[in-house]
Design a protein around this ligand. Structure first.
Ligand SMILES: [Zn+2]
Length: 560
């Protein structure tokens, strides 16, 4: 008996959150499907839930165990949440990586940084060029977004056509990169048997008005910069090359020299010029030369729109940076939107700048910033244009996915909310959930990759919240303490409520306990450790109202 072949979709990241995108498609007999992966991105840690963690990556264990069936990795665009994990995880997958030129250049850098040969990244031209990878025939279709050369993917399989939109917006004049071409999409929808499944960006499903073009920012930004008397500093995402160009042109139009601050931004512009996607970028001055210019003749474009502590905007808010300093009467423009979760960092910078006397300008409700994602009416237009048999919402938190599925269902399209780890069979009339895969998050912690559930970060959070007490005790051959227990505290007040030294108070109470401790406790390391921890926590609770993490080190002297 042969098992029927099926077409499957399995998000491993990006469905149920905004970040760390990773979507698996499969075609073949059940359990033997040949696989392809779309995107391999990261998400960023925060102090509350992931202190000390450097990056968060999708858990790709399921795919890594089936790496021999993986035909290719396809990267839709160069944002970190789509390509940022490639270098860290490619070693477990080892499949060819396909991307367009600019995205490919960024992907190759990720590979090289991680010590993998960059020639595993293969550059693909837009449709009609087609990549054949096992049963998949994949075409890259240019779409507009907030980074050049974004692509949607047409994935043709024996089980039908999938259109994976990637991140996109409907922009007829995106300043840099290709415009949205409705005629092309119309054609794609009507070739062969049409579109079986539309796997679609959900980020802006709650935005009720049609999205606005990047080009609408040019006039307001030019007028804003022209009005300013001091130095103008603007921040946006380093990868928003079109915005960098619009901002730089606004500076030049106001008779200012333009300087880019921040390594990521300089690298992005250089890469975009080299890949041929960025032309006619205004001439730049170096930070050294900028420091010698009169401030009214200067405009800085800087990294750190999300309040990142080490980026240029944070450095400038704290004082002199590379010889440049903000002063009263200068203007700081956030040509960006604060991503939820980053508010505190952004506000910290705003307050620091405010103290200096700098004028702060935010996006003014969209006057100085537009989103890179399709809004609700735009998504409706795409559903209409594609007329897919089914819609799978992706790139969104649960509430986004659910609302997007609802919108599709209202229009008579079969839709399913499939969050990370949900395997969906796309072969029938409507999407059918067939399996739940264990997924989670992987942390890059320093140089180590650890599982989110390994307990490392949990312990770190506990120590940070509760403080730490170390107890050392030596026990002699007769199971009697040799001297007193010795205590050291970290992250706790030095004195308790009675004014006595906290460590000493704990040592005294441990001494009282040890004097009367039963022999069977003294003889058993586990019991002794438990008992000592209990005493420490009782004392600290009484003295300072905290239950710290306790480490007990018992050394036993062996009989001669
Ligand atoms: Zn993106």
């Amino acid at each position: 008996m042969t098992t029927k072949e099926r077409l499957i979709y399995l998000p491993l990241g990006g469905a149920g959150e905004i970040g760390m995108n990773a979507y698996v498609y499969g075609w073949g007999p059940e359990g033997k499907e040949r696989l392809s992966l779309v995107d391999l991105g990261v998400t960023f840690p925060d102090m509350d839930t992931t202190p000390g963690v450097d990056l968060i990556l999708p858990d790709i264990s399921w795919l890594a165990e089936r790496a021999d069936r993986l035909e290719g990795i396809f990267i839709t665009h160069g944002h970190e949440d789509h390509v940022g994990a490639l270098g860290h995880l490619w070693g477990r997958l080892r499949a060819p990586v396909h991307a367009r030129a600019f995205t490919g250049a960024l992907a190759a850098m990720k590979m090289e940084e991680a010590g993998h040969p960059a020639d595993n990244v293969r550059i693909v031209k837009p449709r009609p060029e087609t990549v054949s990878a096992g049963p998949f025939k994949v075409q890259f279709v240019p779409v507009s977004h907030s980074i050049p050369e974004s692509a949607a993917l047409i994935i043709d399989t024996p089980g039908g056509r999938i259109v994976h939109t990637g991140d996109f917006k409907l922009d007829g004049s995106p300043v840099v990169g290709e415009r949205f071409e409705p005629e092309e999409w119309h054609k794609i929808a009507r070739e062969g048997e049409g579109v079986r499944a539309l796997v679609c960006d959900s980020t802006n499903i709650f935005q009720p008005h049609p999205g606005r073009s990047e080009a609408t920012l040019a006039d307001p930004l030019r007028e804003l910069v022209a009005r300013q008397e001091g130095m103008v500093v603007a921040t946006t995402f380093a990868s928003n090359v079109a915005r960098l160009k619009t901002l730089a042109e606004a500076g030049v139009a106001a008779g200012r020299s333009v300087c880019l601050l921040g390594r990521a931004m300089r690298k992005m512009v250089t890469t975009a010029v080299e890949a041929g996607v960025l032309k006619d970028f205004p001439k730049l001055v170096s930070p050294e030369d900028a420091a010698d210019l009169p401030r009214q003749n200067l405009m800085l474009i800087v990294t750190g729109s999300q309040g990142e502590r080490r980026a240029a905007s944070a450095q400038l808010s704290r004082g002199k940076y590379l010889g440049l300093e903000m002063k009263e009467g200068d203007t700081f423009l956030f040509s960006s939107k604060t991503i939820p979760g980053n508010e505190r960092g952004v506000i910290r910078i705003m307050n620091a700048l405010s103290e200096i006397g700098v004028e702060l300008v935010d996006d003014h409700g969209g006057l100085y910033h537009v989103s890179g994602h399709a809004n609700r009416p735009d998504l409706e237009a795409v559903h209409e244009l594609m007329r897919p048999r089914m819609v799978l919402p992706m790139h969104g938190e649960h509430r986004h996915l659910r609302e997007h599925a609802r919108l599709a269902a209202e229009k008579g399209l079969a839709a399913e909310v499939a969050t990370n780890g949900t395997m969906v069979n796309l072969t029938g009339e409507k999407p059918e959930i067939v399996e739940y895969i264990d997924t989670g998050r992987t942390y890059l912690d320093g140089t180590a990759l650890i599982g989110a559930m390994d307990g490392v970060v949990r312990d770190r959070i506990r120590m940070a919240l509760n403080g730490h007490v170390l107890v050392t005790l030596i026990i002699d051959e007769d199971e009697v303490p040799l001297g007193d227990a010795w205590v050291e505290t970290m992250g706790l007040p030095e004195t308790g409520k009675h004014g006595a030294d906290l460590a000493e108070t704990i040592e005294n109470d441990l001494g009282d306990f040890l004097e009367t401790a039963p022999a069977k406790v003294m003889a058993d390391d586990v019991k002794l450790e438990e008992a000592l921890k209990r005493v420490v926590r009782q004392v600290t609770m009484e003295e300072v109202g905290k239950r710290p993490e306790v480490t007990v080190v018992v050394s036993r002297l062996l009989p001669e």
